[in-house]
Design a protein around this ligand. Structure first.
Ligand code: SF4
Length: 97
């Protein structure tokens, strides 16, 4: 039998419907503050969060619900909000490859 050609991947830019249109997390939100959420994951305070490693951000966190390549998406820790793909918080858990 011949193997059918894999269908072309859909565009990764479209945000997932489940999290589209949600307001973005505010760093000043009490929940964000408690978990050290920061919009720019390259600016994490490494003294305060020694477990942070370069390159970590929401887009490669196991909890991030945005589609691959999306700029923002949901996170179960912040219900009703979107987080930036480039953000980070202390609940970061590396996504399995
Ligand atoms: Fe980002 Fe992961 Fe923290 Fe959610 S748990 S805000 S996806 S780093």
């Amino acid at each position: 039998a011949t193997t059918p050609e894999p269908s072309a991947p859909s565009t990764p830019a479209a945000p997932p419907g489940a999290t589209a249109g949600l307001p973005l997390m505010d760093e000043k939100d009490p929940t964000a503050g408690a978990l050290g959420y920061i919009n720019d994951g390259t600016k994490v305070d490494k003294v305060k969060y020694p477990k942070y490693a370069d390159g970590q951000n929401c887009s490669n966190c196991a909890l991030y619900q945005g589609a691959a390549g999306s700029a923002q998406g949901g996170c179960p820790l912040y219900p009703g909000k979107n987080v930036w793909a480039k953000a980070w918080c202390s609940a970061y858990a590396k996504k399995a490859a």
